[in-house]
Design a protein around this ligand. Structure first.
Ligand code: KIV
Length: 286
């Protein structure tokens, strides 16, 4: 069962084995992650950017995250799938956070949920969810849902004050019961210090090599965008370029009347005097 994979993440940290994770949103991305043996997938609210085409993660709704998480859970019955709580579904109050986390957890069958930040209402909700049996992953550093409030996408943990705040928040998340903490765009030495201070694993994105694991948005990792690549990501494949080549070849073949070719369509043999059609007639491939 997927949720039983959570203790294994902690054991990996203890053994010093890197934890590998990716986002997934559908059957294709889920199966790529599964077949490559990644440790868990996150159905990230980054779907607002890479699936829906929004410029921030703010607009995606709980219903939309539930829809995609259900697809990924169905595709990966034996993997840990984490559903991401979208903007406005937590922080407002601990009661509302618990209610929305339960909806995401129960309606999708995911193994855990993730939420950004470590304010009092999150900490209260995380502790309550843990008692109920809903594992929560925290998320600190750059919080994409707050870009309007913070004024952009910036590296966090560059000053002593910011380092101390991040460390205190990470410890508070662990104490509340979070089973892991994502560190997004946290200055590398700060991320390393947090990783050393926590018993639960840290999962880095844009935070350097010293976290317990790494996560990337699968579209960034596989070159699935036409142009965009965050500075911290790397293209491990060029799916957009490959896909575009394939689509161009298909269009050229249709225009040149070379697709469909022999063997790629079915032709019903002409019988003398036949003038009607029947669904049960034998067919033959050209
Ligand atoms: O939504 C997302 O994809 C995320 C990861 C970048 C950690 O939160």
């Amino acid at each position: 069962m997927a949720e039983f994979k959570i203790p294994e993440l902690r054991r990996k940290k203890e053994r010093g084995e890197p934890i590998v994770s990716l986002t997934a949103y559908d059957l294709f991305t889920a199966h790529l992650a599964r077949d490559a043996g990644v440790d868990f997938v996150l159905v990230g609210d980054s779907m607002a950017n890479v699936i829906q085409g929004h410029s921030t993660t703010v607009p995606v709704s709980l219903e939309e995250v539930i829809y995609h998480t259900r697809i990924v859970v169905r595709a990966l019955p034996d993997m840990l799938v984490i559903g991401d709580m979208p903007f406005g579904t937590f922080k407002v109050s601990a009661d509302e956070t618990v209610h929305n986390a339960l909806a995401l957890f129960k309606e999708t069958g995911c193994g855990a949920v993730k939420m950004e930040g470590a304010d009092e209402s999150n900490l209260d909700a995380i502790a309550r969810l843990k008692r109920i049996g809903v594992p929560v992953m925290g998320h600190l550093g750059l919080l994409p849902q707050r870009v309007h409030a913070t004024g952009g996408y910036r590296i966090q943990g560059r000053t002593e004050k910011s380092r101390q705040r991040l460390l205190a928040e990470a410890l508070a998340l662990q104490d509340a019961g979070a089973f892991a903490v994502v560190l997004e765009c946290v200055e590398s030495r700060c991320a390393e210090a947090i990783t050393r201070a926590l018993k639960v694993p840290t999962i880095g994105i844009g935070s350097g090599p010293h976290t317990d694991g790494q996560i990337l948005v699968i579209h960034d990792a596989l070159g699935m965008h036409a142009e965009y690549l965050p500075s911290f990501a790397r293209h491990f494949a060029q799916l957009y370029t490959e896909g575009l080549k394939g689509v161009r070849e298909y269009a050229d073949a249709v225009r040149a009347h070379t697709f469909p070719g022999p063997g790629e369509y079915t032709m019903v043999p002409q019988k003398a005097g036949a003038d009607g059609e029947s669904d049960n007639e034998g067919a033959q491939t050209a």
